[in-house]
Write a protein that binds this ligand. Structure first.
Ligand code: ADP
Ligand code: ADP
Length: 229
């Protein structure tokens, strides 16, 4: 369950510039495929097509053989979890922010997810900037801590498909390592698409796809791609 396929996908945001020019790849159930390439290459566009924020121009995107255009928005949102580049928190406690992906979760389940994402200490607190009505000083979260909230959300939601969009790019090395460990826990056994700038951050992917000028320039394991140099 959770096989993702892009079949000869073409896409443009506007007529002047083609972003994807015939992209085909498969993410087998439970495996991790990394999409690597310079900024502007079209990596995030791939995740937007999977979520159907946009529809493909030509070709198709399927989940378990079904065209995403035939899947309801509710099913897509249930099937796909995302740890975005920049997590936006809403005006409620961290616990409620974690619960966002699965509102039926119990407080014990929220605590367990927070624990695994290493943010158990502050789940009762409010994020910074939202405290004037409550008269309490809000919690200033770093980029890494916000990412942990997104990771806790994803642990709780436990979707079959996971998109990690530059999930550790903004972090210092030490934080990156601890976040990476948490992400490894989340992605284990799930179909995972990792979007990254650098090959060095996706060593463990089952397959790496290098995107260049809207085409797949290279693909292979980390070792295979290094051997190409
Ligand atoms: P990446 O994730 O590889 O950095 P993106 O997929 O975000 O690249 O974007 C690919 C290209 O599409 C970029 O040149 C970007 O400026 C352009 N782009 C992204 N979103 C839009 C949009 N909504 N309208 C027009 N162009 C866009
Ligand atoms: P959830 O699955 O956690 O309920 P949503 O279904 O609302 O979340 O959205 C899925 C994810 O897509 C969110 O994490 C959100 O940050 C991300 N997202 C929203 N807009 C965009 C966009 N334009 N491009 C890429 N990702 C986006």
């Amino acid at each position: 369950e959770g096989v993702v396929r892009f079949e000869d996908v073409h896409f443009s945001y506007d007529a002047n510039r083609r972003i994807l020019r015939g992209i085909s790849f498969e993410v087998p159930a439970g495996q991790t495929v990394a999409i690597v390439g310079p900024s502007g290459a079209g990596k995030s566009t791939i995740s937007r097509l999977l979520f159907r924020f946009y529809d493909v121009g030509e070709g198709r995107v399927t989940i378990d053989g079904q065209d995403v255009r035939e899947v309801t928005q509710e099913s897509l949102r249930a099937a796909i979890g995302m740890v975005p580049q920049d997590t936006v928190l809403f005006n409620d406690t961290i616990a409620y922010n974690i619960r966002y992906g699965r509102t039926s979760a119990s407080m014990d389940e929220i605590k367990e997810a927070a624990d695994r994402a290493q943010i158990a200490d502050f789940i009762a607190r409010l994020p910074d900037g939202y405290n004037s009505m409550v008269g309490e000083r809000g919690l200033k979260l770093s980029g890494g801590e916000k990412q942990r909230v997104a990771i806790a959300r994803t642990i709780l939601k436990a979707p079959p498909i996971l998109i990690l969009d530059e999930a550790t790019s903004a972090l210092d090395t030490q934080t990156e390592q601890s976040i990476q460990a948490a992400l490894d826990v989340v992605s284990r056994g799930r179909t995972t698409i990792v979007i990254a700038h650098r090959l060095s951050t996706v060593i463990n992917a089952d397959q790496i796809i290098v995107l260049r000028d809207g085409l797949i320039a290279e693909r292979g394991t980390h070792a295979e791609l290094l051997a190409l140099d």
